[in-house]
Design a protein around this ligand. Structure first.
Ligand SMILES: [Zn+2]
Length: 108
């Protein structure tokens, strides 16, 4: 097994795990319940770790994670809803197709 990622944010590690699993990469999460032994080891910080079972898939796993961590990908426009008329909008639209109201938060 090869460790490909670790972070104190268990939801982030879990999210990456689900992405890798959906790409047919077998994974194992270590320290998933790191805080459960707090009574015994109160001062030891345990960081959740994501491991890949198959060494041949490690490179693929790493590139998937790098893609997920790329800020450019995180900033992708998302579908939105017009604040004026409530119509659902495609991610690419900057104005409402129905009433032409500007997309909230759009830099003009
Ligand atoms: Zn509208």
């Amino acid at each position: 097994m090869i460790k490909v990622f670790e972070d104190f944010d268990i939801t982030l590690v879990g999210y990456y795990q689900s992405v890798l699993e959906s790409n047919d990469i077998g994974t194992f999460m270590k320290n998933q319940f790191g805080t459960s032994g707090a009574g015994e080891l109160p001062f030891v910080e345990v960081i959740p770790q994501l491991w890949v079972l198959d060494e041949e898939k490690v490179e693929q796993a790493k590139s998937l994670i790098a893609e997920l961590q790329n800020p450019a990908n995180q900033a992708k426009p998302r579908p939105w809803e017009c604040p004026d008329c409530g119509e659902p909008q495609e991610a690419a639209f900057t104005n409402c197709w129905k009433c032409s109201a500007a997309r909230p938060g759009t830099l003009v």
